[in-house]
Ligand binder design. Sequence first.
Ligand SMILES: C[C@H]1O[C@@H](n2cnc3c(N)ncnc32)[C@H](O)[C@@H]1O
Ligand SMILES: Cc1ncc(COP(=O)(O)O)c(N)n1
Ligand code: SF4
Ligand SMILES: [Zn+2]
Length: 637
Amino acid sequence: MNANPKFLSATATVDEAAIQPLPNSRKIYIEGSRPDIRVPMREISQSDTAASFGAEKNPPIYVYDTSGPYTDPSIKIDIRSGLDTPRLPWILERNDTEELPGPTSEYGIERLNDPQLAELRFNLHRKPRRALAGKNVSQMHYARQGIVTPEMEFVAIRENMNRRAYLEELKQSGEKGAKLAELMGRQHPGQSFGASIPMEITPEFVRDEIARGRAIIPANINHPEVEPMIIGRNFLVKINANIGNSAVTSSIGEEVEKMTWAIRWGGDNVMDLSTGKHIHETREWIIRNSPVPIGTVPIYQALEKVNGKAEDLTWEIFRDTLIEQAEQGVDYFTIHAGVRLQYVPLTAKRMTGIVSRGGSIMAKWCLAHHKESFLYEHFEDICQIMKAYDVSFSLGDGLRPGSIYDANDEAQLGELRTLGELTQIAWKHDVQVMIEGPGHVPMHLIKENMDLQLEHCHEAPFYTLGPLTTDIAPGYDHITSGIGAAQIGWYGTAMLCYVTPKEHLGLPNKVDVKDGIITYKIAAHAADLAKGHPGAQIRDNALSKARFEFRWEDQFNIGLDPDKAREFHDETLPKDSAKVAHFCSMCGPHFCSMKITQEVRDYAANQGISEIQALKQGMEVKSIEFVKSGSEIYQKQ
Ligand SMILES: C[C@H]1O[C@@H](n2cnc3c(N)ncnc32)[C@H](O)[C@@H]1O
Ligand SMILES: Cc1ncc(COP(=O)(O)O)c(N)n1
Ligand code: SF4
Ligand SMILES: [Zn+2]
């Protein structure tokens, strides 16, 4: 997989597969109120409709693009120098941060000065920044002051996906265009279970949602490479991909490749959950090359620093780790501060105990010392660090159920109430918060999770792992969990954390990353459609039209995975001529229902009667035949 198993910074190269533009696609940028707000989108062009279907032009469609500069052919990617820093001027012009002389954490300084790490270290020339004393640089803080930041304007444009211009231009382009606009823009009203999604997202709406805590923009001031994105129930449903090495396997090069692969296929966020070697250096390479926000679980690295002995963890070691990672640019921290001493006994009768890594580490610490969790006790100190860099909280669900048996039990729900209490403390400091959720939950108990989260956590965005709806399919847990993810996304979860086919079995590789991403893109989009998110159906409409008109190339290219669609079609009908055929190998030429429907329409047009009447007439003929044949439903062959 990785041509450079012994990772060396001098020879590190980008994965060639990650920098190819997607078929028939062009990256475009929509400019905001100032020239340095350039919001990326992917434009997918289409072929014309053939004469037999009414000969018309099909305009390009616009889709959300998470792939960053990688798919822009005008940008030369060299992972050794990292990505450009479009956010840097926005951060600097606010005049509320200072450049530090270098890393200020003990561990960060130690790693920087270790000569043995020279050959694999990312060579960063930029110095870390921090808020000036007494300043708060969180997006929530600005929002509450009434300030619309460039980050907020950026996400507003991004969420709208050029929808209005697309439909307007089409409407203006003559009679055919107006009909097409009507066809493409039509969608089912949806059921949003109380979300309030406006027709058009304005920067002011973004500001208001952030100010009231219903949405977050994870964007550390030390991650100026990021293209801002928003997580909230009134925005498009987002997905997160977990990557990272373990003590057993993987290298820095492989992890950077998983990140670039995840964002190519639609990952909105990536978590680096490394627990193996060189955690600090791996993270640096990932952040410097990531246009999407990066999350981590700092307690993992803190545990490494005490050689895996949970009881040896201290607040001081944890605090130094937070600063180390905040100065590298981590955008959100999972912090399991809801695992309180009193909840640990509630897990004793569970089938699968505590399955959260962070949760189990904290439970062990609490029991060993018979003390309240230091994360809970120092929560306000943590808030002080978060607001100095704008790191968002992802309040960890350390007591999530790890089996259907344990779903929605008292330990889980007790922790959820504590997460609600902590949310209000974070908000007192204007620190952004999202809440992590389960886990393993049967379908009929999923809605209760969403409803209780909204109630106890004051509408802070929910971020769930799946949930997995059954335990019986190891090897297919992207599917068991994709089902639950679609449901909970529909009910109001803002971000879905993917589960790959390797869940419970081993560390996911690049192939698993893509399978997890595509599964979760499906769940997230299905949820957007069901919520009635404005414009969500345009892509479905365009794909269905291409499918009905046998525009095979367009059907592949509008889809989430054009490579797979093409490969499957080619498997049985590889010839170029098959790409214009009015059937595929599923039904063959005589039984292709879409082809037959077209013949019905042609028949109706030739007879000068409407399609419905033609169908009626056809049915009358058929029903006479049916009576004649003795009304047997199953006729002998
Ligand atoms: C919280 C979730 O994160 C997943 N998880 C934990 N570590 C990694 C890793 N290095 N890579 C990918 N996924 C990981 C677990 O499988 C769990 O489902
Ligand atoms: C949605 C989500 N993603 C990641 C984690 C962290 O993992 P863990 O709780 O096992 O430490 C989590 N708790 N929830
Ligand atoms: S995934 Fe593997 S290592 Fe992680 S908790 Fe389950 S069995 Fe343990
Ligand atoms: Zn599990």
